[in-house]
Write a protein that binds this ligand. Structure first.
Ligand code: SAM
Length: 244
């Protein structure tokens, strides 16, 4: 199976834990709350026959803009993007999509892009925008040319598509408050009805306090460090599935 690659250093990403979730039973993966698209990065990359098609949707244009740029741009072009020194900002004259892609790699993990490379980049250079990350993203760009990404709310997606739906919304309550489009703007009763109406395989992720579906305990997860937390936070991940 493909090695984990973080395309976006995204808060709440499933990139390190994707392999713990049920594998897709469908040739198409849909992520209606895409963010860093950890599940699709695990199961939807590559050139072989086991590769799946991938549709990404998210309300945040900074998320989808980065994905659209990565999907549309040859790896050889990504390799030409400039490297930055700590404290240096992304050049203003770059393609807006390139600025977004780089902006998701200037901090260890966040829910918003940054414009300047933070000092901690010198401690774990491979996690931040630098030679190794740029090379990984260039390789990745050439493995996801069959993906598509759109800015759209989950409820506007075509419902007749039979797929593996990996549904990872902002978690109900405090844990889901960090995003630009966060838990306070989600009607979880509506989301529950929408989830039930999906044809095919459905995997829904949540935290331990969620009550909008009969979630079951699934695994413990050590999240990536963030600016406000020293060390790793361990959380209990819950899931609800159908058709797995
Ligand atoms: C928990 S994150 C997804 C993390 C992702 N699974 C990953 O591996 O990085 C939730 C995402 O839902 C998006 N979002 C919030 N409200 C939304 C809505 N109504 N429709 C679509 N996306 C939404 C946020 O912008 C955020 O990117």
């Amino acid at each position: 199976m493909a090695r984990p690659v973080r395309a976006l250093n995204y808060y709440g990403s499933k990139v390190q834990s994707a392999h713990k979730y049920p594998a897709p039973r469908n040739a198409l993966i849909v992520e209606p709350f895409a963010g860093g698209a950890g599940y699709s990065l695990h199961y939807g990359r590559g050139k072989g026959s086991d590769r799946r098609d991938v549709l990404l949707f998210d309300l945040n244009p900074e998320v989808i803009g980065a994905w659209q740029y990565l999907i549309a741009t040859p790896g050889a072009e990504i390799l030409k993007l400039p490297l930055l020194r700590v404290g240096e900002g992304i050049p203003q004259d770059l393609d807006p999509g390139a600025r977004l892609l780089m902006g998701w790699s200037l901090m260890m993990c966040g829910a918003h892009t940054q414009s300047v490379l933070v000092p901690s980049a010198t401690r774990v250079p491979s996690s931040f925008w630098g030679e190794s990350k740029r090379r990984n993203l260039a390789d990745l760009a050439d493995e996801i040319k069959h993906w598509r990404a759109f800015v759209a709310p989950y409820w506007a997606l075509p419902h007749e598509v039979s797929a593996t739906w990996f549904v990872d919304p902002p978690y109900q309550g405090r844990a889901g408050k960090h995003y630009t489009h966060n838990s306070s703007s989600i009607d979880y009763a509506h989301l529950a009805a929408w989830v039930h109406s999906r044809p095919g395989q459905v995997i829904v992720c949540e935290g331990p306090d969620a009550d909008w579906l009969p979630f079951e305990r699934h695994h413990e997860h050590a999240s990536a460090p963030t600016a406000d937390v020293v060390g790793r936070r361990v959380s209990t991940e819950m899931i609800w599935t159908r058709g797995c």
